[in-house]
Design a protein around this ligand. Sequence first.
Ligand code: SF4
Length: 317
Amino acid sequence: MKKVYTIGRYFRKKFGEDVYKVPLSIQGFTCPNIDGTVAKGGCTFCLNESFSPNLAKPSKKFYLSPNSRSNPLLQKQLEQVRIQYGATSSRLAGKYGVKKFIAYFQSFTNTYAPIDTLKALYEEALRQPGCIGLSIGTRSDSVTDEILDYLADLSGRYEIWIEYGIQSIYDETLEAINRGHDSANVKEWIERSKKKGLNVCGHVIFGLPAECDAMMLDTVRESISWGIDSIKIHPLYVVKNTALAVDYLKGKFVPIDEERYIRLLVESIKMLPPSISVQRLTAGIGDGSLLAPQWCRNKHLQMKHIREALKEAGYIY
Ligand code: SF4
């Protein structure tokens, strides 16, 4: 039996102990695909303020004005980093005895702000007890050489990852989900990040509109060739109050079924070279916001089925 090279195994190999990611959601951050800079409305599956007016709207002023240590919103955000990081890391330390953490800037586009703001927030996270690095989720059209050079400099002292949404290598699919950038853009920035010595994680979605099995596997194969170090794969599920929900309710979008998803996932795992770690094998949502498919409601059951399929293919997860 082969062991799937999970990110946990990567961390244990590198640091000799467990390292957990602490997810952070920074108030005031948004996305150029939501605020109208590259498109409006966001990706069709994204629950954002275009569909949910009750979601807190980011402050435009925050993005337009130069930031300084005296900026009240920045002060609030720094405080938020401390609170969110502190609460999650203490809980994880208490439950699992973990001592090392990576601050994961997860929600929205975490390089989409003035560089001084980003530096202040990242460095605040790095100052927190046990924080040995950063993982920054972003879009390939929202990074600059200046940001990458800064992160590359940090990577001399810390464990630094940048996470890009690849989703699909097919431009017609990216257009169908209103992604706001093409596949060439993702390839370019992944390759640039790698040239600068950064660790790169690519996010891939299976079950995107009109994609056949071969297209999904092409995305994994191509992402590997771009030099990613780690991969996250998940099924496309429909959340209420999104553009995708409208398509689903009109019968224009049919979600991927569990058997097909798991079969493609196992095929993808087989394709990965031993150096590429796996950070996510599925995703779901257990609350009332999930519209479809219903198998995405129970993550525990999904993982049970995935483990069984992997075992049958000769892998231990
Ligand atoms: S890039 Fe992310 S945050 Fe922006 S619209 Fe798409 S899913 Fe939402």
